[in-house]
Design a binder for this molecule. Structure first.
Ligand SMILES: [Zn+2]
Length: 228
């Protein structure tokens, strides 16, 4: 079990929280990393970059997933001491951009699977756009546009998006778009009657639409990898 309770698993909208400092360390590059008993900061992983923000009076410039050892918050500025209570604040515009991109990626990846049986091999949430590598046979502009149109339809329909945790036994009975990368209990992202995928990232939830995201899908990068 991780030393840090990951508040972002349950609530992608949580932007402020209080926590206790349980560890301090110096990284190879000399920067200070703070470990907390709980955090809303998302650490880099699963194609999604880390959150930034404030921890007390210090700036959080990066977050590293040290798995069982918890989330390491790389800070610049005054370091707290072990045992201190600290207040954390996430940079919400960056978080909002990441979760829109990530949920949008799920929708577009599902569209490629449903239309062309073309799985997503990898993806990267970047500063302003998301790159998705799709194993699409005949990656013509027309086929890509079809998938983008399908994704945009789903977005405009404003389908509910929910996050839930399931046991390994329950997971074994569910039709996932992609197989889980890990064993044990799973966190699932469900996009109303369209997509069901295991994922640990921050996501847009509720019945909010992703209208702001839809036009970005046209920047989709075309995969060079063709798999039959
Ligand atoms: Zn995901």
């Amino acid at each position: 079990m991780s030393a840090t309770e990951r508040l972002y698993y349950q609530d992608s909208r949580l932007l402020e929280f209080d926590a206790r400092v349980i560890g301090l360390s110096e990284l190879d590059d000399g920067q200070i990393a703070v470990t907390l008993d709980r955090t809303a900061f998302y650490p880099t992983g699963g194609g999604q970059p880390a959150d930034t923000g404030m921890l007390g009076d210090a700036r959080v410039v990066d977050c590293i997933d040290a798995e069982d050892e918890g989330v390491l918050h790389v800070i610049q500025g005054p370091a707290p001491e072990i045992g201190d209570r600290v207040h954390g604040t996430i940079d919400w515009l960056r978080r909002l951009d990441h979760l829109q991109q990530h949920t949008g990626q799920h929708i577009l990846s599902a569209a490629f699977v449903q239309l062309f049986d073309a799985p997503t091999l990898s993806f990267r949430v970047l500063e302003h756009e998301c790159e998705i590598d799709v194993a699409l046979v005949e990656p013509t502009d027309e086929r890509i546009e079809q998938a983008v149109d399908r994704a945009n339809q789903i977005i405009w329909q404003g389908r509910p998006i929910s996050i839930r945790l399931v046991t390994a036994e329950e997971a074994a009975t569910l039709p996932f778009r992609k197989e889980p990368a890990r064993a044990g209990d799973l966190r699932l992202i469900e996009i109303g009657d369209f997509d069901l995928t295991p994922c640990g990232g921050t996501q847009r939830t509720g019945s909010d639409s992703l209208h702001g995201w839809s036009s970005r899908a046209r920047r989709l990068s075309q995969s060079k990898s063709n798999r039959s």
